[in-house]
Design a protein around this ligand. Structure first.
Ligand SMILES: Cc1cc2nc3c(=O)[nH]c(=O)nc-3n(C[C@H](O)[C@H](O)[C@H](O)COP(=O)(O)OP(=O)(O)OC[C@H]3O[C@@H](n4cnc5c(N)ncnc54)[C@H](O)[C@@H]3O)c2cc1C
Length: 403
């Protein structure tokens, strides 16, 4: 049995801890916050979006770039930064927008998402967690005939990848999800993926950590900011906490989201935070059951137990960001302009965090350049959807290194 420290108790770190425990290792899961999911995983869009984890860098976003740069795009924002890491990240993001590269990136994400979909039932057999999990399916709105017709190619491509997905015209879509009758605008149809799920990542992580502590050799340690790594003979063999305590181990997994301070000495420029907002509000009788995505305004709606979780906005700006009340208010107005029924926007909890995005949208999973240090970082807009597949991959690399 080997000892591993997993830094970061968001969905990625917790899933990694599960895989390492299952492989027979002793795990210390540490986080600088006072409990699990203090970062991006806390109140994200809640969607296990197995059929729709398309890379952010795409020909479509390239087409929107002029209006984004002029501040006219309802969903995306860019504030240029005089930071060489920003410029390097931005340049590589643009290179990833070509149709071929973007499709390959989406393909890689779909495969990792499919691994999560396969692993989740095993996990729930072992730990019957209560996290408002359901499989209501997902509808992506096509606003006009052109968008509906363009979606045909994407749907065919995904079907060829074995994904259950189809197009429905408006009448069929309203039969699947009656709440669409209250959608404010005209729309031509939807892309419908019935296997997509939702679940509360915070409850999932909290429950899974308790289960792992009871069944395996897992210890969780909070309010524990790791400030550096202990190296011996060029290998990472421990971590140092802000209070100068150390924890020695056989290896460390970095699952720190967009916080890449521990990689800073290595000129790490592969992840940039892309800020978003969510709000959670009680569901009323006519709230949606299925998840609904409005791609133009990049707003996603998910029914989470007796609440509706709504998420959106993608702002690429400073590395150190904060909750922008004016931006949040605009997001709320956009939400109100999409659905005027189903929830009460006067009674909601607002939240903001950032997606840890790589230029390609593909996460960085596996060995680092330093022996003993493994990375599970950069899951962008789909970390919840990718978490189990990604954890399985990093655990398998660790197992290979132990052979
Ligand atoms: C608005 C919004 C909506 C989203 N909606 C969805 C969705 O519907 N579906 C989906 O799949 N994904 C969604 N995402 C993306 C998803 O939330 C992220 O990809 C995912 O949460 C990343 O998880 P993580 O564990 O890598 O990061 P985090 O959850 O941020 O966890 C990293 C943890 O590391 C800790 N940490 C960092 N540095 C240190 C250190 N030095 N010492 C100790 N601890 C440290 C932090 O405290 C933090 O708790 C959304 C994101 C946003 C912002």
């Amino acid at each position: 049995m080997a000892n591993y420290v997993v830094i970061g108790a968001g969905v990625i770190g917790v899933a990694t801890a599960w895989q390492l425990c299952k492989a027979g290792h002793r795990v210390m899961l540490v986080d600088k916050h006072g409990g699990p999911c203090g970062g991006t995983s806390q109140r994200n869009g809640a969607q296990l979006s197995y059929s729709y984890c398309d890379a952010l860098a795409s020909p479509a976003i390239l087409g929107r770039l002029p209006s984004i740069l002029m501040g006219r795009d309802p969903a995306f924002g860019i504030r240029l930064q005089a930071d060489p890491r920003f410029l390097s990240w931005g340049l590589r993001f643009l290179l990833n927008c070509s149709p071929g590269i973007s499709s390959r990136n989406t393909d890689a994400l779909l495969k990792m998402a499919a691994a999560t979909e396969l692993l989740l039932p095993n996990l729930l057999d072992e730990f019957p967690l209560a996290f408002d999990y359901s499989v209501p399916g997902k509808l992506v709105i096509c606003r006009d005939a052109e968008a509906f017709s363009n979606a045909a190619r994407q749907v065919a491509w995904k079907q060829a990848h074995g994904i259950k997905i189809e197009r429905l015209d408006r009448a069929e879509a309203e039969r699947v999800e009656p709440a669409l009758a209250h959608y404010a605008d005209e729309f031509a149809g939807v892309v419908w993926s019935p296997n997509d799920a939702v679940g509360n990542p915070y409850s999932f992580c909290k429950g899974l950590i308790s289960g792992l502590e009871a069944r395996y050799e897992l210890r969780a340690r909070y309010d524990a900011d790791v400030t550096s790594l202990v190296k011996r003979d060029g290998k990472v063999v421990g971590v140092v906490f802000r209070n100068m305590e150390t924890e020695m181990c056989d290896g460390v997994v970095l699952a720190t989201g967009y916080d890449t301070r521990l990689m800073e000495g290595r000129k790490f420029d592969k992840i940039w935070p892309v800020q978003g907002y969510s709000l959670t509000t009680p569901a009323s009788a006519d709230a949606m059951r299925a998840s609904i995505t409005d791609p133009k305004r990049r707003v996603v709606f998910a029914r989470l137990g007796d609440t509706v979780r709504i998420a959106g906005v993608a702002d690429i700006g400073p590395r150190h960001f904060s909750f922008d009340q004016e931006r949040y208010d605009r997001f709320k107005q956009a939400v109100a302009s999409i659905f005027s029924r189903g929830f009460d926007l006067n009674d909601c909890v607002g939240w903001s965090e950032a997606r840890p995005c790589t230029p390609s949208s593909r996460p960085i999973v596996g060995r680092s350049k330093l022996p003993g240090l493994y990375l599970n970082l950069g899951h962008g807009a789909f970390g919840w959807t990718l978490c189990l597949g990604s954890a399985q991959r990093v655990a398998s690399v660790i197992s290979d290194d132990r052979r």
